[in-house]
Structures are given as C-alpha cells and as structure tokens.
Design a protein around this ligand. Structure first.
Ligand SMILES: Cc1cc2nc3c(=O)[nH]c(=O)nc-3n(C[C@H](O)[C@H](O)[C@H](O)COP(=O)(O)O)c2cc1C
Length: 192
C-alpha cells in the first residue's frame, strides 16, 4: 500500500510510533481508533521488532486497513516516495526502555527512531512519550538522565505513579491497560 496523502488544514496528522513491549497489541483499539474517532488522520510506524510482532499477529494489516497508510517498520529507499504525510504531533507509545535510551542519546538506527528523533529537534512538532517500563528498567543508572534529556528537548512524558506505577519484572498484571487516553489527551492539548 502506498500513501501520498497530504495533511490538510482541517485534519491534523498524528504519527503513532510503537515499540516491542507488552501491550503493543492494544495499539489499534487503545490509541489509533480513538484518535481517528476524534478527528485525527493517523500514520503508524513501528520499531523493527514491533513490526515483526504485529505483522505476525495480523495487527499490522488491520492498522493499515484502518489508517489507509502503510505501517512503516523499515526506512524507505532513497528512490521511493515518502509513504506518510507530514506529521503534526507524534505519540511514541508504548516506548521500550531500549528505544527511550537510544532516543535520549540521539541514536536513529531505525525508522521509528529517525522520525521521533527528528521531531524532537523540530520546532513546533510536539512529541508525547509513554515509557512502558518496569521498576528494574527505571533503576538503570542512566534512566533518570534519559528522561531528563527528553524533557529538556521539549517532549511530554506520560510517566509517574499516577499514570503508570512501576512494578518489579513479571509482577504486574499482563492485562494492565496502558494510559492511551492520557497520551491522546496530551496530543490534543499540544496541537490545539
Ligand atoms: C513479551 C515481551 C515483552 C516485553 N515487554 C517489555 C516492556 O514492557 N518494556 C520494555 O522496555 N521492554 C520489553 N521487552 C523487551 C524489548 O522487546 C526489547 O528490549 C527490544 O529490544 C526492544 O526493541 P525496540 O525498542 O526496538 O522496540 C519485552 C520483550 C518481550 C519478548
């Protein structure tokens, strides 16, 4: 599927970027469908591992049918056109500890990191991030520094005990709902 649509003044484009973490399978129901219902055009990009997960489960195809854009999980060739329209706001959710660390350092070695990394440095492109991590990830000696760096760059973090209490690995319920609504509320506020 090839896109080619452009963002209009009437309809804003939300770039949704997902990582390979628990709860990723709820991306369509929890975030993409509600965003479309609220008037957004949505273009989805995944890390390579997240792309493998959602292609295997059939969710990538369902996302493409819903958004009318290809789900991107690899960079385009220089000879290919851009398959997504320009993005007005990014939501990086769910974000892995791995992608948070790379993003904070400016590493852009996949399509998901390239898009969000560039947006962090682009004036007027808001970036909302939900780090889907556990207490062990958060005790990594560089974790707080990564969060500080992302906040200093202007990103809005959906993070803290009120939205995502941290549990030890494998202690939280695997059915725990991710704070999709909080991320979408932040995106709506950022572009209003
Ligand atoms: C079933 C499963 C669940 C995972 N859940 C998480 C998670 O909640 N948070 C996290 O940071 N990593 C989690 N991981 C580890 C990431 O998948 C791993 O660090 C991967 O390299 C992340 O790649 P990405 O950042 O490119 O998506 C999980 C791995 C598996 C197999």
């Amino acid at each position: 599927m090839q896109g080619g649509a452009v963002s209009t003044a009437k309809q804003k484009t939300l770039g949704v970027v997902g990582c390979a973490v628990g709860g990723l399978e709820g991306l369509r129901r929890g975030l993409v469908q509600p965003a479309i219902t609220q008037g957004w055009q949505v273009a989805v990009t995944l890390t390579p591992t997240a792309g493998r997960w959602l292609r295997e489960s059939g969710e990538a195809a369902r996302l493409e049918a819903l958004t009318k854009f290809p789900v991107r999980d690899e960079p385009r060739l220089p000879t290919e056109g851009r398959p997504h329209p320009p993005v007005d706001c990014f939501i990086l959710a769910p974000a892995s500890a791995n992608t948070i660390a790379k993003l904070a350092l400016g590493i852009m070695d996949n399509q998901a990191l390239t898009q969000v990394g560039e947006a962090l440095g682009t004036l007027d492109t808001p970036v909302i991030i939900f780090p889907r991590v556990n207490a062990a990830h958060a005790r990594h000696p560089r974790w707080q520094g990564h969060l500080d760096a992302l906040r200093e760059s202007g990103a809005c973090l959906i993070y803290g005990p009120e939205v995502w209490p941290l549990y030890e690995p494998r202690e939280a319920s695997p059915k725990r709902e991710l704070p999709w609504a909080a991320a979408l509320t932040a995106a709506n506020a950022a572009v209003s």
